[in-house]
Structures are given as C-alpha cells and as structure tokens.
Ligand binder design. Structure first.
Ligand SMILES: [Zn+2]
Length: 102
C-alpha cells in the first residue's frame, strides 16, 4: 500500500494523460505527486473504478454485499460504476493509501 494522488485522467500532465480513466501518482513526503513510469499507474477499465473510489471512501451500496462490480438487490453494477466515476471526478487530486500502487 502506498500513498498516492488520484487524478482525473484528463487533468494529468502531458505524457501521463488517461483519456477515459484515472491516474494514480505516488506522492513524495511533501504530498506532491511524482510523475514517472515507475510511480504512476493508469486505471482505465470501468470495472476498476468502484475499487479505486473505495480507497477514497466511496461506498457502492449501503448493503455492503457488493464491491460495485456486480449487481446487488438494490443497485445495478452499471449504476454503481457510473457513480464511482462521478465520485472520482469530484475527488480528483485527493491523496490516500492505494493498494494498487507501490
Ligand atoms: Zn445493495
């Protein structure tokens, strides 16, 4: 698990832009993102959005029976994935611990 900044892909610097997804960039001790091939990771698959957002506090459904990639009794996965993307857009620039990097 590593401390990283999550950025909306279109807001990442040139060379690291992710047209339809998000970028994780490890942060230094000052909390500044480090952009290099070994410290960044692009997340582009829709199915990865709920898990990515969960690191920032997103809850796919209050029932807790789904991680957002499969339907539960209350919500469709497609709705939860869309909700996760909206959550990530709003939280672009947030720093948290992401198991996906480092
Ligand atoms: Zn549910």
């Amino acid at each position: 698990m590593a401390r990283a900044m999550m950025l909306r892909g279109s807001k990442a610097p040139d060379g690291y832009k992710v047209p339809c997804g998000y970028l994780l960039a490890a942060v230094n001790y000052e909390g500044k993102p480090i952009f290099s091939p070994s410290t960044t990771r692009a997340i582009q698959a829709d199915r990865d959005f709920p898990g990515l957002a969960a690191n920032l506090g997103f809850v796919a459904c209050h029932c807790g029976a789904t991680d957002g990639t499969v339907d539960c009794a209350h919500r469709k996965a497609s709705d939860m994935i869309r909700g996760a993307a909206e959550y990530l857009d709003v939280h672009s620039g947030a720093i948290a611990d992401f198991p996906e990097i480092g």
